[in-house]
Design a protein around this ligand. Structure first.
Ligand SMILES: *Cc1c(COP(=O)(O)O)cnc(C)c1O
Length: 401
């Protein structure tokens, strides 16, 4: 029911409807051959998400296998250094070391419910590939991960991890041989194999229903965090909620817990070298309309940052919408700021963050020191720590040498 029909005002982060639109963004821009697969998936997800038995199995799996709920941690030493109260939502403590487990376990359970026995996935840096291979192993499903040939060379250890978990890694040799080509290959595989295969997409992007499914599966991050903050803050909500943005799934899941329920300011932080909100313009890629980094001829530009996990040339369509309606704001952090934040959190709190997550922290550090209106002295700031930094330690060591 819409507001015009006499219902409550539509939720800001609600159901995007059959067309999968978030304002002027989102949608399902796919070849005719992919439409039935998308429709089947949407119907299956709607039914599963409304089924308490599915929700129970997902939560109990995320508890006993995934390590949920993850805690919210007070950061007294970092807070003293910045003059604001910093709380961290600790997705670094989830199984496989990031929030990605929430999405892949949910999609694997959905695939199984749909009678599918095989998962395909795209991966850039390898983290979503490893997560999908993990879920496939857990449920005894076949798993093929498409990875740009350039990335397979850069991320050889993650290729080995996926193989250890029983997945097959297929190097993609088309185009720029990176993440955006891997997405295209995974979509191609899915069209040809949809009978027995589910495409386990890694972020809040792609054609409808993916941006919505992945946001709902990551909503657990924001829902938990809000409850935990209310306990810590005597029933109050944080002034500011901050998360890093690659495709935007950890941010979307975090924001979903706050966008409609609170007046907390929401801030997404992109890598300065891959800032689809700061430098992108609306266009269509991978089945969705969103903000994309492109040149004047509409050619998609390669994103580049210190953190391979943020190197997606676009952003999930719901983020473009949240920015357009003013509910969230998007900022950037430079590689140098990220390296400083990475060391600062390690030194002050004994937590080594993923380089991706260090972007969120880097913006908070800059904003607090610059006296940004949103991060005034004494403000309460919740940061989603999307993952742990073990995977990045060797790279940071080289960069600091
Ligand atoms: C994959 C990843 C990201 C980026 O993905 P989003 O969809 O933007 O959340 C961020 N942090 C970590 C630790 C990741 O593994």
């Amino acid at each position: 029911m819409t507001a015009a029909e006499g219902g409550a005002a539509p939720a800001i982060m609600g159901d995007p409807g059959a067309a999968g639109r978030f304002g002027e963004f989102g949608g399902r821009f796919v070849p005719e051959s992919l439409v039935p697969a998308c429709m089947e998936l949407e119907a299956a997800f709607r039914a599963a998400w409304a089924d308490p038995a599915f929700r129970d199995e997902l939560s109990s799996t995320l508890a006993s296998y995934g390590g949920r709920p993850t805690p919210v941690t007070e950061c007294p030493r970092l807070s003293a250094e910045l003059g604001v109260r910093v709380l961290l939502k600790r997705e670094d403590l989830a199984h496989t070391g990031s929030h990605k487990i929430n999405n892949v376990v949910g999609q694997a359970l959905l695939a199984r419910r749909m009678g599918k026995t095989r998962l395909v996935a795209e991966t850039g840096a390898g983290q979503h590939g490893v997560a999908t291979a993990t879920a496939a192993a857990r449920y005894g499903m076949a798993c093929v991960v498409y990875m740009g040939e350039v990335d397979t060379a850069r991320q050889a250890l993650n290729v080995f991890r996926m193989e250890l978990l029983g997945a097959e890694v297929r190097p993609v040799t088309s185009g720029s041989r990176t993440l955006k080509d891997a997405v295209n290959e995974a979509l191609r595989d899915w069209v040809a194999t949809v009978e027995d295969t589910h495409y386990c997409l890694g972020s809040v992007m792609g054609p409808h229903p993916y941006p919505w499914i992945v946001r709902e599966l990551q909503r657990v991050v924001g829902d938990e965090a809000r409850e935990q903050c209310r306990v810590l803050l005597g029933g109050a909500d944080p002034d500011v909620v901050v998360a890093c943005v690659g495709g935007g799934s950890n941010a979307a899941g975090t924001f979903a817990g706050f966008a409609d329920a609170t007046t907390s300011a929401l801030v997404g932080v992109e890598a300065a070298g891959g800032a689809a909100m700061a430098n992108g313009i609306p266009g269509v890629l991978h089945g969705m309309r969103s903000n994309l980094m492109q040149d004047e001829a509409g050619q998609i530009l390669e994103a580049e940052s210190i953190s391979a996990g943020l190197d997606y040339p676009g952003i999930g369509p719901e983020h473009a919408h949240l920015a357009a309606v003013g509910r969230a704001r998007y900022e950037t952090a430079t590689d140098a700021e990220v390296l400083d934040a990475f060391q600062l959190l390690s030194r002050t709190e004994g937590i080594i963050p993923a380089l991706e997550s260090a972007h969120a922290l880097a913006w908070v550090v800059r904003a607090a020191r610059a006296g940004d209106d949103m991060v005034r002295p004494g403000a309460t700031v919740l940061i989603t720590l999307s993952g742990r930094g073990d995977k990045d330690v060797a790279q940071v060591r080289e960069l600091l040498a």
